[in-house]
Design a protein around this ligand. Structure first.
Ligand SMILES: [Zn+2]
Ligand SMILES: [Zn+2]
Length: 463
């Protein structure tokens, strides 16, 4: 060939080359033949198509595929690329996947290739086939199908795909498989309200209570006012009871009656007590009943009565103590400062044995005696303070008062001190106001200071 090229001749280089390609193919030197194609065919579309068909016959498209032109300058008929892909699909699935990754998707009819994969799906190559499908579907813009393929593959790249193409609308039907794949990464998307609405997520998870519990529990942390909190009562009851009572205390977004029904069904006493306590009245009495009879926790009963601060509840508790002598001493210990202990003591029947009564009474008497001591000490301190302050006031009032010549009489607005015999006599009030005596005569003498209404008829107030 080089000889023909250098020395020329009646036969063209190309014809010789093409004959040589035929020759190489008959010798089964496919690789050599393919390389020669690249060397001599250039960007000639029709020549390429002709030569490629020679490789079809001997099922050696795979050898020529790396050399096929794929640029915009020389694009072959889509059918050619498809044939190459089909051959790979049949004999070399990994090579097929590589081509799907490498070749620009507009070279061939994606849908046709997708159908071919479905027709030739082989389980032993499922991963490569699914990945190829995922890529082909995304090239087609069918991201939902692409996501499904990634999910089948359990490939976490799916989250990047979602972010890259903002497929938040598409994922609404794929929420459960996404959570199954990676709960943390799925929730990072699902908890972002700007990306996907909580209503949608909740709707999808409605039939998968455990996922719904995970989701709403996490949602509560990012949005404490969300409207789905009512659902959390039953979910916490089922999946994580220790979170239930703190939730009931913290949240205002659930219906107490509904929550109560759930807690009753489950027999959750502390939660029931809290809810009944919130309802107050008859319900609070029921709560106390539960504490005393079902929980047998007399300390809690006392705390409950203190919290509710309701005399009816105290009476209910005291009545209980009359029926159960063993709780009398606890009740006595608890009610100090809230209810007169006499009521409890008076209910004790003669001859009745009350465990620990002596200790309780001693404790109570100690308490009251200490309290009395505190009161009397406080009173002494108060009294001393009173006398101290009183003597300060008296000392202050006994002080002399300076009268300056700049001071004006509030009635005539002239200086109180004047070289005028008529006005030389002045009247001074304790408030500090000074008047000329003639000015106040008959006006203020028995009345309060006209400036501040201080009573002048109080003997302590006038000097
Ligand atoms: Zn005056
Ligand atoms: Zn005054």
């Amino acid at each position: 060939m080089e000889l023909v090229a250098t020395h020329g001749g009646s036969v063209s280089v190309l014809s010789v080359a093409r004959l040589y390609i035929n020759h190489l193919l008959t010798l089964k030197q496919y690789e050599e033949a393919a390389k020669l194609c690249l060397r001599v065919l250039g960007n000639n579309k029709s020549l390429w198509e002709e030569e490629v068909f020679k490789f079809v016959k001997c099922q050696q498209l795979r050898s020529v595929s790396p050399y096929l032109p794929t640029s915009d300058d020389c694009k072959l008929d889509p059918h050619v690329y498809e044939m190459v892909l089909y051959e790979f699909l049949k004999f070399d699935v990994n090579g097929f996947l590589n081509l799907i990754k490498e070749w620009p998707s507009q070279l061939y009819d994606g849908l046709a290739v997708i159908n071919a994969i479905h027709d030739h799906f082989r389980k032993q190559h499922a991963n490569q086939m699914l990945e190829s499908l995922a890529l082909l579907y995304s090239y087609q813009g069918d991201y939902e199908s692409a996501l499904r393929m990634y999910l089948k593959l359990q490939n976490k790249d799916v989250f990047d795909l979602i972010k890259r193409h903002k497929l938040y609308e598409v994922i609404s039907k794929l929420i459960i498989p996404l959570i199954q794949l990676d709960r943390e990464r799925a929730f990072a998307i699902l908890l972002d309200k700007d990306k996907i609405k909580s209503e949608l997520v909740v709707h999808q998870l409605e039939h998968n209570k455990e996922y719904l519990y995970w989701y709403l529990d996490s949602l509560l942390k990012v949005d404490s006012k969300n409207i789905f909190q009512n659902k959390l009562v039953s979910l916490y009851a089922k999946y994580d009871r220790k979170k239930l009572l703190p939730f009931l205390r913290r949240s205002k977004e659930y219906v107490i009656q509904e929550a109560l029904v759930i807690c009753k069904q489950e027999g959750f006493y502390p939660e029931m007590v809290y809810l009944l306590g919130c309802m107050g009245g008859v319900e609070a009495a029921e709560a106390l009943n539960i504490i005393v009879h079902s929980m047998n926790d007399i300390e809690l009963a006392i705390e409950f009565c203190k919290e509710q601060d309701d005399i009816d509840l105290w009476n209910q508790l005291i009545n209980e103590s009359a029926k159960q002598p063993e709780i009398v001493s606890n009740v006595l210990d608890g009610i100090v400062d809230y209810v007169n202990p006499e009521v409890v003591v008076s209910r004790i029947k003669i001859g009745q044995t009350i465990p620990n009564l002596r200790e309780s009474l001693i404790k109570m008497l100690w308490h009251y005696s200490i309290q009395e001591e505190i009161f009397s000490t406080a009173q002494q301190i108060q009294l001393k303070d009173y006398f101290d302050t009183h003597s300060e006031v008296v000392a202050l009032q006994r002080r002399g008062q300076q009268v300056s010549c700049k001071q004006l009489c509030p009635l005539c607005h002239r200086p109180v001190l004047m070289e005028n015999s008529v006005f030389n006599c002045i009247v001074v009030f304790k408030c500090g106001h000074i008047y000329h005596e003639p000015c106040v005569q008959g006006v203020l003498f028995d009345n309060p200071c006209s400036e501040c209404k201080l009573r002048t008829n109080d003997p302590d107030d006038e000097e």
